[in-house]
Ligand binder design. Structure first.
Ligand SMILES: Nc1nc2c(c(=O)[nH]1)N=C([C@H](O)[C@@H](O)CO)CN2
Length: 123
């Protein structure tokens, strides 16, 4: 039997957030780009109904809430995004979260740092 998987995603969502291991980073803030993708079985009786899919405004609301909080590590924000998304979309079979810091302060102009989490439901 075949199965279609649907993905709803946001990519390169830009935030200015107080996330950093060093106090100055949290004080000054830093630029981050966040990607999130949620996959779930496609069982769509009407592909024109927002209630039959994941409204990506809901994903944006999760990211906005999580990225506001002061934190030491990217890992902490990525874990919270994943955990809230799992709670909100219990029908999801896979979720990817990636957070990229564009100017980690170690003196290399073009280096970005990132943390990625991948969740796959045990079926
Ligand atoms: N795995 C991680 N390593 C580091 C992080 C992080 O969030 N995850 N953060 C820092 C500092 O905040 C960094 O921006 C200094 O350049 C260091 N390592």
């Amino acid at each position: 039997m075949s199965q279609i998987t649907q993905e709803v995603a946001l990519t390169n969502v830009r935030f200015y957030a107080p996330i950093g291991y060093y106090a100055e980073e949290r004080l000054l803030g830093n630029e981050f780009f966040v990607d999130v993708a949620v996959r779930f079985p496609f069982q769509n009786p009407d592909a024109e109904q927002l209630s039959n899919t994941i409204n990506y405004e809901g994903l944006f609301a999760i990211l906005s809430r999580v990225m506001k909080r002061e934190r030491l590590l990217l890992e902490s924000a990525a874990e919270e995004i994943l955990s809230v998304a799992r709670d909100c979309y219990s029908f999801a079979v896979e979720i990817d979260v990636m957070i990229r810091k564009t100017t980690p302060p170690f003196g290399k102009d073009h280096a970005h740092s990132s943390v990625k989490l991948h969740y796959r439901k045990q079926l």
